[in-house]
Design a binder for this molecule. Structure first.
Ligand SMILES: [Zn+2]
Length: 238
């Protein structure tokens, strides 16, 4: 039996039809209960606290717990916001989820430095109708998440997440000439445009009378011209 820092204390005993034993962890000094069967088959080899060592990141434990909770609420068909609505967790397994979240957190949320800070955040789906899947998860502060019901959609503007229902008023305030209606702004936001991009599209539309730029054509003309020059030069060298 390979045990990472576990020392048994006391005798085996039966509980809920399984044989258990208590063991103390040399790393965190905590005494916990272990299922004998899991120890014999190698399913458990160490204390919870050693889980994060696999990832070499203190955030691993938090994300692991979150994964368990997500699995739980997606499995529960009585939960009308998750399982009952058909929301699923499409991450391959716990480890894939933990590794993805650590990378996402370290890369996109540099403000979260300690485990305590991380615990103030929830894992949320960017598209509230989508599943828990790579690309559709993000971290939101707990207070922000509580107001993020199924009906509220958030759009990035001025470095903040703004409720979709407020976006048009904010944009109209910053650019009174914005040529879009409230419904059109909502539609653009739903397509994934940020507040800044919607503003830019408004001014672009006005300047060019709603027509697209013709720059790509000029680029290809320039490439053809360069190509001709090169051929001429190569002929001269040969
Ligand atoms: Zn431990």
């Amino acid at each position: 039996m390979h045990l990472d820092g576990l020392t048994f204390c006391g005798e085996c005993y039966r509980r809920d039809g399984y044989i258990h034993i208590r063991a103390k962890c040399a790393y965190c000094d905590e005494e916990r209960e272990y299922n004998i069967n899991n120890l014999l088959t190698g399913k458990s080899t160490r204390c919870h606290c050693r889980r994060r060592v696999k990832y070499d990141d203190p955030f691993a434990e938090v994300f692991g717990e979150r994964f368990d909770a997500i699995k739980q609420r997606c499995k529960n068909s009585n939960n009308k916001d998750y399982g009952g609505r058909g929301i699923r967790c499409h991450f391959e397994n716990r480890e894939a989820f933990v590794r993805y979240m650590i990378a996402l957190c370290r890369e996109s949320y540099p403000d979260i430095c300690t485990v305590e800070e991380l615990r103030a955040y929830d894992i949320d789906r960017t598209d509230n109708d989508g599943h828990y899947t790579p690309g559709n998860v993000r971290l939101v502060s707990r207070s922000q998440n509580l107001s993020n019901t199924r009906r509220t959609r958030f759009i990035r503007y001025n470095g903040r997440e703004v409720a979709a229902s407020h976006l048009w008023h904010l944009l109209k305030n910053d650019d009174p000439n914005l040529p879009f209606s409230c419904a059109w702004v909502a539609k653009l936001a739903k397509q994934g445009l940020s507040g800044e991009q919607i503003l830019a599209r408004g001014t672009e539309g006005k300047r060019q009378g709603g027509r697209r730029a013709t720059r790509p054509q000029w680029v290809s003309v320039a490439i053809l011209w360069l190509y001709g020059l090169l051929r001429k030069r190569r002929k001269a060298d040969g």
